[in-house]
Design a protein around this ligand. Structure first.
Ligand SMILES: C[S@@+](CC[C@H](N)C(=O)[O-])C[C@H]1O[C@@H](n2cnc3c(N)ncnc32)[C@H](O)[C@@H]1O
Length: 256
């Protein structure tokens, strides 16, 4: 993840940003959070499963895991490890494995899903929360500079093998791997201008252009001028015309 990502991740919480987990979490469970980032949601999970439970957050970003370890060092039932899920080989099996907003960044998600299934206990639940980026809705349309940047963002992602519509492919993927779907729920993140948190919600694309945008420039998908123009025009739009934005997000839970 590019540096600066934690500014977005740190604002998240279990209740506000991964509420579907509240339907499966119980005191005493062993939970693995794959792609936990800086641990904001993971810490909420640890509070819910309590002292008899055990929560592990893993992420391939050593920087984000370092921040999580520092921030949540005092929580006894919570551990973090900097490792790629594909190389993770714990001894125990988990009651719940959650992966939120992570499969969207993985080029071969079915390999990762298979790996996670192998880490589930017999009654374990796999809980995925992710996007379909193609179905974003802005009201009214954002400025052309940001529309162009977003188009390039989707192309950059799909050329790198990532699925922009990952969450809508998931039910078929997990079913073909032998799991049955136990929940498939719309969790779209929708805010209107008058709602609390609207500037941060709509402003996520400014942050993406400021962080990921640099990679897109290096990879030749946008010029530096186009990136800066998108940031400038979109920031102005957010502060003036923007009325609402919906990020299409779904939760899919599955069990053996
Ligand atoms: C957008 S963040 C989501 C963080 C958090 N789950 C949330 O919902 O706020 C995606 C995270 O997945 C991590 N990630 C991506 N691929 C991974 C992999 N193969 N193994 C472990 N972590 C991975 C990234 O480093 C990043 O921190």
């Amino acid at each position: 993840m590019p540096s600066g990502t934690n500014a977005v991740l740190d604002q998240r919480s279990l209740e506000a940003s991964n509420a579907n987990l509240l339907t499966v979490l119980r005191p005493g469970q062993r939970v693995l959070d794959v792609g936990c980032g800086s641990g904001a949601i993971t810490a909420g999970i640890a509070a819910l499963v309590g002292a008899d439970g055990l929560v592990t957050g893993i992420d391939r970003s050593a920087e984000l895991i370092g921040q999580a370890q520092q921030k949540f060092a005092a929580i006894g039932n919570l551990h973090f490890e900097a490792i790629d899920i594909l190389g993770y080989a714990p001894k125990l099996r988990y009651d719940v494995i959650t992966t939120a907003r992570t499969l969207q960044w993985i080029a071969e998600p079915s390999v990762v899903i298979q790996k996670m299934i192998g880490l589930l206990g017999p009654e374990g639940v796999l809980c995925v929360l992710d996007y379909n980026h193609a179905l974003i809705e802005w009201e009214p349309e954002p400025p052309k500079e940001m529309r162009y940047f977003y188009e390039c963002f989707l192309r950059w992602r799909s050329d790198a093998g990532m699925y922009n519509d990952i969450v809508d492919r998931l039910p078929a993927m997990v079913s073909s791997l032998g799991l049955r779907i136990t929940l498939n729920r719309d969790e779209s993140e929708y805010r209107r201008r008058e709602d609390a948190g609207f500037p941060a919600h709509a402003g996520i694309w400014t942050k993406v252009a400021e962080t990921r945008g640099n990679q897109m420039v290096s990879d030749g998908y946008v010029t530096e001028e186009q990136r800066l123009a998108a940031i400038d025009a979109y920031t102005r739009w957010c502060g003036t015309e923007a009325r609402s934005m919906r990020l299409y997000l779904r939760a899919v839970h599955a069990q053996r």
